[in-house]
Design a binder for this molecule. Structure first.
Ligand code: UTP
Length: 280
């Protein structure tokens, strides 16, 4: 039986250069979609999937992320005194309160694989989830919950995948598939950012992972890959002979909020789902 997953890593140490000047001071993961920061959507998705311990891998200068998850005592008293109950609820009873949130630093942005490696002491020898908050998912049940259901059947490593246009394979980790039932694909190989002519398929890994701790053995070697970065995909590829690897197509929509177009689309799509805004 697949071992339960109760911990999640949120790699949030990137520089967010595509969103300058907004991200000169504000961490990219604090950008709001409608009225909620990206990081909060990701934490809520993780909680829905049964994650209890959240580990954020952050960078110097991104303290706003930590502040966001601390109680805002003065603001709460102010809202209470003014009788602003709805506003108060957004930061109190409706605010996500997982069992724990820890923060650890990635001093240098050496790549996603390195960011995940920075959280190794919090994970120990357990399977864990990784959520990239800039991939915002609109799905019921949530993306990670759908993946957990698949994981309980398959075990091993499970990632969320999406079919991308041939010309976009060079932006993603791409699966080399041996079996595919249209929703769940089993991979025999993985390639990080292949050019369209070298891509073994168009099934691209998006920002959600359920991983076995063996991946740290490979990340420990700190091998650099595409773009001179320590790539998570390369470490996963190295475990393929020993650990089953499945990609799950998610029932729902993904917004790449690391790109301006995805961010704008997400704001419109999430506003359209809101009873207080959809008419407008
Ligand atoms: P991106 O590739 O989107 O990089 O990282 P970025 O730096 O955040 O943004 P741009 O490209 O400069 O605009 C994908 C995810 O991996 C994290 C990022 O924080 C983001 O959530 N990441 C990336 C790290 O935590 N550390 C790294 O070294 C690289």
């Amino acid at each position: 039986m697949a071992r339960p997953v109760t911990k999640a890593i949120f790699p949030v140490a990137g520089l967010g250069t595509r969103f300058l000047p907004a991200t000169k001071v504000l961490p990219k993961e604090m950008l709001p979609v409608v009225d909620k920061p990206l990081i909060q959507y990701a934490v809520e998705e993780a909680m829905e999937a049964g994650i209890e311990e959240m580990i954020m891998v952050t960078a110097p200068g991104k303290g706003a992320l930590e502040d966001h998850f601390r109680p805002a005592v003065e603001l709460e008293s102010f809202l209470e005194a003014r009788g602003k109950t709805e506003a108060l609820a957004t930061i109190r009873e409706n605010f996500p309160q997982p069992k724990s949130i820890s923060f650890t630093l990635q001093d240098d942005p050496l790549g996603l694989g390195h960011a995940v490696w920075c959280a190794r002491d919090f994970i120990g020898n357990e399977p864990f989830a990784v959520l990239l908050p800039d991939d915002l998912m609109q799905a019921i049940p949530g993306c990670l919950s759908q993946m957990m259901d698949a994981y309980h059947v398959t075990g091993g490593n499970v990632v969320a995948v999406e079919e991308v246009a041939a010309e976009l394979t060079s932006r993603y980790g791409i699966l080399d598939v041996i079996e595919d039932d249209g929703r769940l694909a089993r991979a025999k190989g993985l390639v990080e950012k292949p050019s369209p002519k070298d891509a073994p398929s168009r099934l691209a890994i998006i920002g959600r992972y359920i991983l076995q701790p063996e991946v740290f053995e490979h990340l420990n070697k700190k091998v650099t890959g595409a773009g001179g970065e320590i790539q998570l995909t390369d470490a996963l590829a190295a475990t393929l002979g020993d650990i089953a690897f499945h990609g799950l197509r998610i029932d729902g929509r993904r917004f790449d909020c690391g790109s301006k177009m995805g961010f704008v689309e997400a704001n419109i799509a999430f506003a359209a789902e809101r009873s207080d805004l959809s008419d407008g």
